[in-house]
Design a binder for this molecule. Sequence first.
Ligand code: TYD
Length: 137
Amino acid sequence: MSVLSGVRMLEFPQRGDERGHLVIVEGNKDIPFDIKRIFYIYGSEKDVIRGNHANRNSEFVLINVAGKSKVKVKDGKGNEAVFSLERPHTGIYLPKMVWKEMYDFSEDSVLLCLASTYYDAKEYIRDYSEFLKIIGE
Ligand code: TYD
């Protein structure tokens, strides 16, 4: 159980065999939303910090399908936690309105992001003080 309400690691079904690994992620089954969008991040240097935003409407699941990275989440009420993503059959669920930072990317990191919404720049909060203000309201 995480200190941040709603944020949690997910484990996905594996159906690998002697031919190799196979991991299944079905919307509304293995993750708690309909998948509307996927994007993936790779080629980020180790010292890069990505994310640095919260989303008013979007939920995400982040999976390092290759390599490793870390995700720091903050709820704006003084709670924060760091999760390591390093196994392709696990992911982190991020509900709406949590501040997130992705960092410490390994050279081979491929971070797959599943989102519950189509992209809408207006629902991104990219200013931390604005995030704190909205949480405080
Ligand atoms: P950004 O949100 O800064 O990436 P991250 O949070 O993963 O570090 O997005 C980088 C650019 O890509 C920015 O110009 C917005 C654009 N973008 C889209 O057009 N659609 C998308 O679904 C995403 C995630 C980003």
